[in-house]
Design a protein around this ligand. Structure first.
Ligand code: NAD
Length: 281
């Protein structure tokens, strides 16, 4: 039987550690505060925002939230970000994506002060990651590194294959694995002979956005398989990019969906907020 990598338990452990750290910071008179902005009322975004605020409350991070109407202008949104950038009591700024269509998402991301960019999406944060300088790292890939580390899975020297090259998952994932001294291959929709490439992987990360696409034909016997995908199947049940039932028996360790990578994303967001406050940037 493979090791089932329990993201729920590991994220709970991280949240406990953060809670303790925040409480120690409070004793020294230091608070942690995250500003959360949601523009429009996309139901999925509302759920994500509510979960983030709930995690803040649990850990002892203050959250200030701004629910802006769908028709908010780009100028208004950028003005709010500028105000939050200037506020000494705000350690992190999160704009829930996607923003309404008439707003330039890149301009919004660039407007956030990199010192408060707890999502790690600002070009300065991404650039810092690429050249090994300090900066915030995108939460989902950072959470995957933490999952591997806390599950006792070594990355150094391993063949790591990432399926997907998005800016928020695939690309930062590849850089992080490289930083951990993995030998990294990034595959994508134009990759030829995908199965041949993925079968080389000791550690396979699926961030392809296609429900249950990764079956055992893509996986080397004994590989570690990390499933980033989140989908709802025909019965409204959650599933990943990996066909868990098919792949689990040939893997040495695997993340389930739900309860694998998903819970780690919020835990790492909380980690970034606490880090921002602790560094007092
Ligand atoms: P995306 O759609 O931006 O990127 C998908 C990538 O997969 C692209 O780079 C594309 O080139 C590649 N791809 C598409 N079809 C392919 C194919 N047939 N063969 C090889 N590569 C192919 O998606 P994303 O934002 O990176 O997210 C990926 C998945 O992870 C989605 O299911 C998303 O919902 C999920 N996700 C989960 C979390 C989390 O917290 N667990 C966070 C972000 C994204």
């Amino acid at each position: 039987m493979p090791q089932i990598i329990d993201g729920k338990a590991i994220s709970a452990q991280i949240k406990e550690e953060l809670k303790e750290k925040v409480s120690r910071m409070k004793q020294d008179g230091r608070t942690v505060c995250l500003a959360v902005i949601q523009a429009g009322n996309d139901p999925a975004s509302s759920v994500y925002v509510a979960n983030k605020k709930k995690a803040c409350a649990y850990i002892g991070i203050e959250s200030v939230s701004y629910e802006l109407p769908e028709e908010v202008t780009q100028e208004e949104l950028l003005a709010l970000i500028a105000e939050l950038n200037a506020r000494k009591d705000v350690d992190g700024i999160l704009v829930q994506l996607p923003v309404p269509e008439h707003i330039d998402e890149d301009a919004v991301i660039r407007a956030i002060d990199p010192k408060k960019d707890v999502d790690g999406f600002h070009p300065a944060s991404v650039g810092a990651l690429c050249i090994g300088q300090p900066g915030f790292v995108s939460c989902t890939p950072a959470g995957i590194i933490e999952l591997l580390r806390r599950s006792g899975i070594e990355i150094e020297g391993k063949e790591c294959v990432v399926i997907g090259r998005s800016n928020i998952v695939g690309k930062p994932m590849a850089i992080l694995l490289l930083r951990e001294n993995g030998t990294v291959t990034v595959t994508h929709s134009r990759t030829r002979n995908l199965k041949e490439v993925t079968k080389r992987a000791d550690i396979l990360i699926a961030a392809v956005g296609k429900p249950k696409m990764i079956t055992r034909e893509y996986v080397k016997e004994g590989a570690v398989v990390i499933d980033v995908g989140i989908h709802r199947n025909e019965n409204n049940k959650l599933c990943g990019d990996v066909d868990f039932e098919d792949v689990a028996p040939v893997s040495s360790a695997i993340t389930p969906v739900p309860g694998g990578v998903g819970p780690m994303t919020i835990a790492m967001l909380m980690h970034n907020c606490v880090e921002s406050a602790a560094l007092n940037l």
